[in-house]
Design a protein around this ligand. Structure first.
Ligand code: 8YV
Length: 321
């Protein structure tokens, strides 16, 4: 009998996920969730046939060269910009990700940030906790309307569509910008426009596009200046899509009203300016953080690994060619 393939799981997962994988793999894993320096990752991965990684694990030519036996990388994320797909393809390493299972939770989070930012929930709460609420006033903590306004969605994939679907309840006009026309745009009541028009027209802009060299700093000083001074910006996609330094400048100068951010350039480090501007809502990359969604993601990564081990087709492969 062939020995079981060797798997490295780089981060703590749920016990049921280990149970699912245990019959198929010889497992080394980081269930203490220690912070591994890069050298530890390279050393622990060196003799592995399979890797279960997360978005903070860079799978690049250096790592692939360190793992000559590697055949599969399963990432516990829908995004795969941390994986060099071409390099994996060249070495015959297959890749899988975790679409769908996090769509609704992440769309909910976009709305949580949109609402909290537009209605200044965090700013006013901090003020209240600081004991500053002496009396009520007509013009206190005025925020932006959400109901009946215009929503601009940049990136109209699964999560963008789920964000748009929720906008119907708020009777919003929905504009979107996407490379291709969304096949469900009629059902969503969404209109495809150029990015500049979306930025000019939208009262609330939600970013839901994948990160790549092409989308690096897609929202920078020029784009922020194109937005309405009353508008809010929400990023639940990836750090690096927004130029954080330009965003801090725009928030300070009042060029936009506020921003709700779940992702950052260089996270978990934040641009220091973000911590000093009041009109931002900041969350620590928790877009998919509900139990059902995170268990779903980890389990889907596991199902891809089990399929690999049993010679079945991967449920959610990512094209590496
Ligand atoms: C993950 C995400 O929680 O799936 C993604 O692409 O950004 C998040 O939902 C995170 O990346 C963990 O790997």
């Amino acid at each position: 009998m062939n020995p079981r393939p060797k798997l490295l799981i780089t981060r703590k997962v749920f016990p049921e996920v280990i149970e699912r994988l245990a019959p198929y793999f010889d497992i080394d894993s980081n269930q203490d969730d220690d912070e591994w320096p890069r050298a530890t990752l390279l050393a622990r991965a060196a003799d592995r046939d399979a890797l279960f990684v997360v978005a903070s694990d860079r799978v690049d030519p250096e790592l692939l060269a360190a793992c000559p036996r590697l055949r599969i990388v399963a990432t516990g994320s829908v995004g795969y910009n941390h994986i060099d797909l071409a390099a994996c393809g060249e070495r015959g390493v297959v890749v899988s990700n975790t679409p769908d299972v996090l769509t609704e939770a992440t769309a909910d989070m976009a709305w949580a940030l949109l609402m909290a930012t537009a209605r200044r929930v965090c700013e006013s709460e901090h003020w209240l906790r600081a004991g500053k609420w002496g009396r009520w006033a007509f013009d206190q903590w005025l925020g932006a309307d959400v109901y009946g306004t215009t929503l601009g969605i940049v990136g109209m994939g699964r999560i963008g569509s789920a964000v748009a679907r929720r906008a119907r309840g708020f009777e919003m006009r929905v504009l979107y910008h996407n490379r291709s026309r969304a096949p469900n745009e009629a059902e969503l009541g969404a209109h495809r426009v150029e990015l500049d028009e979306l930025l000019r027209e939208a009262d609330h802009v939600v970013l839901v596009l994948p990160y790549s060299a092409a989308t690096h700093h897609a929202i920078g000083a020029r784009e922020l200046a194109a937005m309405k001074p009353t508008a809010t910006l929400v990023n639940i996609a990836r750090g690096g899509i927004v130029d954080d330094a330009a965003l801090v400048d725009a928030l300070r100068a009042g060029r936009i009203a506020g921003a709700g951010l779940d992702v950052y350039e260089n996270e978990p480090a934040l641009h220091p300016g973000l911590l000093t501007v009041p009109n931002v809502v900041l969350t620590p990359h928790v877009g998919s953080a509900t139990r059902s969604s995170r268990v779903g993601m980890a389990m889907l990564a596991a199902e891809n690994l089990v399929a690999f081990a049993t010679g079945a087709a991967l449920p959610t492969p990512v094209a590496t060619a």
